[in-house]
Ligand binder design. Structure first.
Ligand SMILES: NC(=O)c1ccc[n+]([C@@H]2O[C@H](COP(=O)([O-])OP(=O)(O)OC[C@H]3O[C@@H](n4cnc5c(N)ncnc54)[C@H](O)[C@@H]3O)[C@@H](O)[C@H]2O)c1
Length: 444
């Protein structure tokens, strides 16, 4: 196997939320970088200097293009010229919530066609333990070359949290596990060029499971507070007050907040990779399944809350005009993949409501019944809706306008916690009507 050269050529297959920032990190580290993507429209945008993701602005992309980043469609021989190839393609689930490795295997097939002795191949897509050393390796070895002998193979998960500047850059420790100790050391040395700290594991499988543990941890804890929110509604308590109080403990507690469900490419998807793999070992991962059940039921609960809010004001859900605020899966991002808004909007439409939305980051949005809508202006939405449902509290929304003008609000994300709404103006997930807000909680 080759040793680490200082003038590495790095190729990256899949230029999305994970692959594009990785490519730019390696350009910043002085490497020559070849980016490859199957989506021709995305390739054309990137070549023209238009970034498709929040965390990379156009100026940063253009600067990288001038300093050593080249972008290619899949039909390229550039992969064969790289010393190292990262695979950063999606790892979705199918209708039955089983892993769909098609993108990973088709990317492996692309790498295999250009594979040569001495290369280092690193899978970065989140996946179940056994992917790198199983189907991914098998596809690469169809080249006739053998992993660990002719080329190095490793798994190194990504930890970026889009929209959160604290999660990007060199300060975030990286994990890596290679097929051989030499492969691990080689991959770790490369990753140290873009990260101040690299933690080596004994195998790709252990690294794959460590990444899943991180995401399952989030999913389970979000489910825990979502369930607590439902209990607080019955008990007449305010879940936001309870969580804030528990969070004053300086050790042994980490606050998670309830909401309308989980979204994005990771939290609603990755736990099923673990559950699926566990079943192969005759093991039912009950935490994963239970957390999935609870979080998946939240959009339906939000639909019920909207009906309850309307009912309180003498209205039926049928025929009511509902204005949804924020359809991205979390605040301040344009990523609406797997957003709970899709189920909330389809559920409300199924009850006969007229549903519209405003999201400054998402110009058009398809609900889970397939209805596509365009974002309305905020003032128009507030003026024309019988009830406003807050699903993502983007900072770019004029909240004073919302609270001044909206007659009725269902708040699923604690957006109203620091306000003093009019009596019975706001029905809050996990806390009830605004008039029940304890004086001590107002102004938190
Ligand atoms: N988005 C996140 O916050 C995040 C964080 C950590 C890990 N991950 C993981 O990283 C992986 C990638 O996620 P993402 O959010 O970057 O996805 P993405 O959809 O933003 O980007 C993936 C890119 O891969 C391209 N692609 C798909 N199949 C391809 C193929 N066969 N060949 C070449 N290109 C192909 C797509 O066109 C797309 O541009 C997933 O496994 C995800 O779970 C994502």
């Amino acid at each position: 196997m080759t040793t680490l050269k200082t003038d590495q050529t790095v190729a990256i297959v899949g230029l999305g939320y994970v692959g594009l920032p990785l490519a730019i990190s390696f350009v910043d580290a002085g490497c020559s970088v070849r980016g490859v993507d199957a989506n021709e429209a995305r390739v054309a945008d990137l070549v023209a200097g238009h970034s498709p993701i929040d965390d990379i602005d156009d100026a940063t992309l253009r600067s990288a293009l001038e300093r050593g980043l080249s972008i290619h469609a899949n039909a390229t021989a550039e992969l064969g010229q790289a010393d190292v190839v990262f695979v950063c393609v999606p790892t979705p689930i199918n209708q039955a919530k089983d892993p769909d490795l098609e993108p990973v295997l088709s990317a492996a097939g692309l790498v295999r066609r250009h594979l040569r002795k001495g290369q280092l191949i690193i899978l970065q897509s989140t996946t179940f333990p056994g992917t790198t050393t199983g189907p991914f390796r098998t596809e690469l070895e169809r080249s006739g070359l053998v992993a660990g002998r002719d080329f190095d193979l490793a798994f190194a998960p990504e930890r970026v949290n889009p929209g959160d500047p604290a999660s990007t850059g060199q300060l975030i420790p990286r994990l890596v596990g290679g097929l051989t100790p030499e492969g691990t050391a080689r991959a770790a040395a490369l990753l140290r060029r873009i990260s101040a700290s690299v933690h080596e594991l004994s195998s790709p499988d252990a690294a794959e499971l460590a990444k899943l543990l991180e995401n399952v941890f989030r999913n389970v804890n979000i489910a825990l507070v979502n369930q607590l929110a439902l209990l607080c509604e019955r008990m007449g308590l305010d879940v936001w007050e309870v969580i804030d109080a528990a969070a004053t403990k300086p050790f042994g507690f980490m606050p998670f907040r309830p909401g309308p469900g989980v979204g994005g490419h990771c939290i609603p998807v990755d736990p099923y990779y673990l559950a699926w793999r566990a079943r192969e070992f005759d093991f039912v991962d009950r935490f994963v399944e239970l957390a999935g059940d609870i979080n998946l039921a939240m959009p339906r609960h939000v639909v019920d809350l909207v009906a309850e809010a309307l009912n309180e004001h003498g209205r039926a859900a049928k025929g009511a005009r509902i204005g949804v605020l924020g359809v991205a899966f979390k605040p301040d991002v344009r990523d609406a993949r797997n957003s709970p808004a899709a189920d909330v909007m389809a559920g409300l439409a199924a009850r006969g409501s007229e549903v519209s939305y405003h999201d400054p980051h998402v110009p058009s949005f398809r609900d889970s019944a397939g209805a596509e809508r365009s974002s309305l202006g905020l003032a128009e939405l507030v003026a024309e809706s019988d009830v406003i449902v807050i699903l993502a509290a983007h900072r770019a929304i004029d909240w004073d306008l919302v609270y001044d003008k909206a007659g009725l609000i269902v708040d699923t994300v604690g957006s109203s916690n620091r306000r003093t709404p009019r009596e019975r103006q706001v029905l809050r997930l996990g806390a009830g009507w605004s008039r029940s807000t304890p004086a001590s909680a107002v102004g938190r």
